[in-house]
Design a protein around this ligand. Sequence first.
Ligand code: B4P
Length: 192
Amino acid sequence: MTRMLIIGPPGSGKGTQAERISARLGVVPISTGDIFRANVKGETPLGIEAKKYMDNGDFVPDSVTNKMVRDRLSESDVENGFLLDGYPRTVAQVEYLDQILSEGDEKLDVVLQLTADDEELVSRLLGRAKETGRSDDNEAVIRHRLDLYHEQTEAVVAQYADRGILTQVDGIGAIDEVTDRVLQAIEAAQAV
Ligand code: B4P
């Protein structure tokens, strides 16, 4: 049973690595960004609401995001563990997640932070823009998402560091190399 988070700035490889880690460890990946994008595509009420924020690179309000995560974590497939990708991103979301987990007498085992410098991140995301045309991958919006990460999500990272469950992994290098580092870091964190 593993309950994990993967945190990192936009473009650090969270989604890329989350897919690989969950396949290897048999835990369910839950990406709030992917859930929002699926809802935007399906033009659901949640998607219509989320799109207003995502296109500008802003966070979707906690009131919307928290409820969505609560609903997802109440599904039966997460009983053997999960890997949350992109949540929590604010201190209020950390508190909300603590509450959900404590109701089930559960706790997080590992929080993985992927690190990379801002210029590398901008160049990766501009590369992705050419391939996928994601509406939030243009330079002004990318830089705004990075600013929000520094302003709000670094405080989330600091909280988990204080709790002693944070493991940092260098996100620079070939994707396979980063996967090897991540898997080693999880193994080391679980051996403690
Ligand atoms: P996300 O989907 O989480 O978007 P992201 O931060 O850009 O990360 P993503 O997972 O897509 O990119 P990755 O690093 O894997 O969120 C999108 C939006 O949804 C947010 O801006 C917000 O509006 C909303 N949202 C989501 N969660 C929320 C929350 N909790 N609260 C409020 N709002 C929320 O990789 C990016 C690129 O890098 C890829 O093209 C990949 O191929 C490349 N890459 C990966 N690893 C690489 C490597 N080692 N070398 C070179 N390239 C690499």
